[in-house]
Design a protein around this ligand. Structure first.
Ligand code: FEO
Length: 168
């Protein structure tokens, strides 16, 4: 049985994950319109992954017999500037998510809620991977320094990302 505080915090995290999905979908639409099809495809995969993160929290809340009350998802921005800006925004967003998950993990430990703590460690590890892959993309974009051919190569590379594996 989850405490009210944990239920409330996990519900808030559920909303943040849905917002993340929404944000990446908005970024994907923006990049599609800017003809960066590979970047758009990568961001759409990220949208799918974030949607699965939200579902993972939702499933856990249901499994634990918690009360789930869904709230509205904030509106994401429409314009993101350059491709470098897109990924810099993504990194900033993921760093914010990491900090929220760390706070939640601290709360779970404080409440001696080890089941929730275990769930959250999966997310904490996932964040390490996400921050690292976005940082790597930022480094590559900076390396080509606006060169059209270089950006095309990055766009092609990002197009190779496949759909995330289903979450258990
Ligand atoms: Fe699910 Fe990228 O945070």
């Amino acid at each position: 049985m989850l405490s009210k505080k944990i239920q409330k915090s996990l519900s808030a995290q559920l909303n943040h994950e849905f917002y993340s999905a929404y944000l990446y979908l908005a970024m994907s639409a923006y990049c599609s319109q800017s003809d960066f099809k590979g970047v758009a495809s990568w961001l759409k995969m990220q949208y799918e992954e974030e949607h699965m993160h939200a579902t993972k929290i939702y499933n856990y809340l249901i499994e634990q017999g918690a009360q789930v009350s869904l709230i509205e998802i904030a509106k994401p921005p429409k314009n993101f500037g350059t491709i470098l800006n897109v990924f810099q925004m993504s990194l900033k967003h993921e760093q914010m998510m990491t900090s929220k998950l760390n706070e939640l993990s601290n709360l779970a430990l404080k409440e001696k809620d080890h089941a929730t703590y275990n769930l959250l460690q999966w997310f904490v590890n996932e964040q390490v991977e996400e921050e690292s892959s976005v940082s790597e993309i930022i480094s590559k974009i900076k390396l080509v320094n606006g060169d059209g051919y270089g950006l095309l190569m990055i766009d092609n590379e990002l197009n190779q990302r496949s759909s995330p594996a289903p979450i258990k």
